[in-house]
Design a protein. Structure first.
Length: 367
């Protein structure tokens, strides 16, 4: 397969409600769509990087730069036949995983379309639906937060994740747990704490949480091992894991007992599958995290979450939780807390290019 033409489109969508973490607050999402033309087919990928460098070092602008100046020039006009071939075109490029993931996702879409198979089948998925949880941002009004939890449980979502941060942690978790004593509940700190906060973090053990996600530094696996030895609640690693080797080292050290697999953070579907396979072989639970993806990235998340090791409901919720109007048809929606896998080839959803054009702020074509 040879890519004859590639396009980058910077698309901005307003969110239904603002979303706050321990480090940032968002009212819109601006993501890069990657559009590849090859053999009469069109493949789509998405770079759901934040616009700021507070989750990781990558931003929308760094992804645009890497795709325009390095990744796309390395593959346009070149012959390739597999995801491994795609990775080989940028083997010398360090990190920049969000940018790599957007390109690789579009290539997987092309491969699956050419094979006439759904992407989830190409990856080895074994499910016909993906169980869905929701992630709720930091809310200053605990009553409002409890109302949102009640709303989403009423809609059938299978797991609730609460963002926490200094000053909005133990009391918030206690209030939600008191109101919902049996709901599967987890906390996500987005690297907001240090080992000096150990007494507070140990207080979270009393609430029967599924896990505490990334409590310590974004690039740490050493202090997490110290913390995990002090907690009965499992630690889940997110920001610290960028490759299967990172996952192996963290598990060997005892830095956590669960891994969050994000396609974009890991540099694409192939690397995400490698982490899944490693964890499955070791009996370590994994789940699929999200970055408020539009429909393209959300479809890829569904595909990877169909693999057998994804035993915990993930962050792949219905797009109607975040956006008034997404960019794919049919809309990706959860029914009673589950999203069915598509049966069509490739990503399995059709990009509505009129919606993309309305929301597009910048575009670039390469031949």
């Amino acid at each position: 397969m040879i890519i004859e033409r590639a396009e980058l489109l910077l698309v901005r969508l307003p969110m239904i409600r603002s979303f706050a973490t321990s480090s940032s607050q968002k009212t819109h999402q601006a993501h890069i769509l990657v559009k590849l033309y090859a053999d009469g087919l069109v493949g789509w990928g998405e770079c759901p990087s934040p616009t700021d460098p507070y989750y990781c070092e990558e931003t929308t602008e760094t992804c645009w730069h890497m795709l325009r100046d390095f990744l796309l020039p390395g593959i346009v006009g070149k012959a390739w036949a597999s995801a491994e071939d795609v990775q080989a075109t940028y083997a010398k490029l360090k990190r920049n995983n969000f940018a790599k993931a957007g390109l690789e996702m579009a290539c997987w879409d092309l491969l699956a379309q050419r094979a006439g198979r759904p992407l989830h089948a190409m990856l080895g998925g074994t499910r016909d639906e993906v169980l869905s949880g929701v992630s709720l941002g930091v809310e200053q009004d605990t009553g409002r937060l409890i109302g949102l939890v009640e709303q989403y449980l009423g809609e059938g979502y299978r797991r609730i994740k609460l963002k926490i941060g200094p000053g909005r942690d133990v009391a918030v978790i206690a209030a939600v747990r008191e109101r919902f004593p049996d709901v599967p509940l987890m906390a996500d700190a987005n690297s907001a704490y240090t080992l000096a906060d150990l007494p507070m973090l140990k207080e979270l053990d009393q609430f029967g949480l599924m896990m505490i996600e990334q409590p310590l530094a974004h690039d740490d696996i050493v202090d997490h091992a110290t913390l995990q030895a002090e907690l009965s609640t499992p630690i889940c690693l997110d920001e610290s894991i960028h490759s299967v080797e990172d996952a192996r080292k963290a598990l060997d050290l005892g830095s956590g007992r669960i891994i969050n697999i994000k396609v974009s953070r890991l540099g694409g579907l192939l690397n995400a599958k490698r982490v899944h396979d490693h964890c499955l072989a070791r009996g370590v639970p994994v789940w699929c995290g999200g970055m408020h993806e539009f429909g393209v990235g959300r479809a890829a998340n569904l595909a990877i979450a169909s693999l057998p090791g994804f035993s915990i409901p993930g962050d792949v919720s219905g797009s109607d939780k975040y956006y008034h109007e997404d960019i794919v048809e049919p809309a990706i929606l959860a029914e009673r807390g589950a999203i069915p896998l598509p049966s069509g080839p490739g990503l399995g959803y059709t990009v509505d290019e009129r919606r993309v054009e309305r929301a597009c702020e910048r575009r670039l074509a390469l031949r």
